[in-house]
Design a protein around this ligand. Sequence first.
Ligand code: PLP
Length: 226
Amino acid sequence: MPLSDNAVLRNIAAIHARMQQAQSSMIAARQAELIAVSKGQPFSRLELALEAGQREFGENRVQEAAEKWPQLRAQYSGITLHLIGPLQTNKVKQAVALFDVIHTLDREKLARELAQEMMRSGRNLSCFVQVNTGEEAQKGGISPAETAEFVRFCRDQLKLLITGLMCIPPVGDHPAPHFGLLRKLAQPLGLSNLSMGMSGDFETAVRFGATHIRVGTAIFGERDIS
Ligand SMILES: *Cc1c(COP(=O)(O)O)cnc(C)c1O
């Protein structure tokens, strides 16, 4: 799909304006980070975003990220790469080497493997625990009722750097109650980061206190690869 040269820049600017608008209704809110979700997007569009000054990017597959980002990191400084898709334990080593932040810590086995690999490599990535706020059988994540215990286990036993919670509301549900639940779970745990909100609902997420929104198609247009 063709996308005119400055469309990516225009889209990023428009999203920032909408974020600010959504944020203006809140008191003393922290400015949310805009993570540009670049999965399935051609190289040329990533370069447009980088040229526009975007530095936070999200990918959902380790392999795809490995094919794109080492080269782009050599060309542009200050890039932060977020893993936002499910992580298989056999990809942990590669993921820890490649990414800066993991948003999808969703089970005990993965937590153990990540802790071990971070210890071994000396790279201490910050992690979000993914919460299955809709309690969907097919979706990854810790159930809301078990979140506190899991976060404490990761922090206290495994010494993982848990900085926040992440959720993906069920398709078709109104997202607001899920965002509200995530914030409610994070507060007593002292977790200040909330990764929530995508192209269709990031303004709602910002109103509920999102600190990291993950936006793909609203920046880059439709994906070529899903
Ligand atoms: C693909 C993806 C996004 C971005 O979705 P858009 O609707 O294109 O903004 C955000 N979060 C996760 C976890 C994703 O997999």
